[in-house]
Design a protein around this ligand. Sequence first.
Ligand SMILES: NC(=O)c1cc2c(=O)c3cc(F)ccc3oc2nc1N
Length: 331
Amino acid sequence: MSINQTFEEAKKRVSDLRDLLDKYGYHYYVQDKSVISDADYDRLYKELVELEEQFPNLVSNDSPTQRVGGTISSGFEKVVHDIPMLSLGNAFDENDLIEFDNRIKKLTDKPFSYICELKIDGLAIALKYKAGKLVLAATRGNGTIGENVTQNIRTVKSVPLRLKKPYTIEVRGECYMPKSSFVVLNEEREENGEAVFANPRNAAAGGLRNLDAKETAKRNLSTFFYTVADFGEMTANSQEDALKELDELGIRTNHERKVCETIEEVWAYIQSFLDKRTQLPYEIDGIVIKVNEFEAQGEIGYTVKAPRWAIAYKFKAEEGTTVIRDIEWTI
Ligand SMILES: NC(=O)c1cc2c(=O)c3cc(F)ccc3oc2nc1N
């Protein structure tokens, strides 16, 4: 066969393999569903690696084989957030929520509902996609200036290197370490005589802000996204719809979310998580309550520091237990 014919065949096969691996990766890392055995996945992955080695100019940086870069960064570039990454006001009891509800009712006469989301205890990140390709990932930093952690985020399997549609958007979310990975990591560090991490959030921060992306890749980090900073081609008019659109684009969102018509319903939802919280495979430190409709959000607006249309109900410090070796510590 002529080299061209082989090249054309290889190009087609590389494209098919990428689509397959992206699809299986999406089910496994974004939807937590495995639709193919690990052995079959590895076989397809190996075939793609071999074809890309044989035809180097078929390699593109959105290939699943290109997640872990080889170079070690000397430092993190600074990134200016075009839209500041703000923080949330806090509520600590039912009365704080009722006051929040009263404030909202004074600030808009449009009909509105609330949406409740779990408050993931991780590291806030912003991702930029250009025509569906991941082009930049940055930490929150001080809200205006963050760090460029693109090479590190690319190693996080739940982050799509390309979206299901060629959208140009910016999304924000939380990068976190699952509880199970946290326990294993601390056991390893304990055995190696290294300092253990106090909580999964610190372990995620240490993993993400590591100058060697190969280290990040070992930390088994994951993500949940919850905010769209630049909507690009997205058409959602509410937080609920925006989260659905993100799901359709292949971006991982947390499905423990509920639209509530009244603050009483919000309170009931919060109560329901007081127990469920310890069963979750990731740490949460509260529930975020947001006005669901974007038109009402626009009318309610922002303070300098935070959106007026959202509040974080904070749980009391978790009476969790972290097993370090065979000793149980209650923290
Ligand atoms: N940790 C979280 O799980 C979480 C955090 C935020 C924010 O920090 C946040 C900050 C804003 F300025 C606006 C909306 C937000 O929505 C959020 N929603 C969430 N689910």
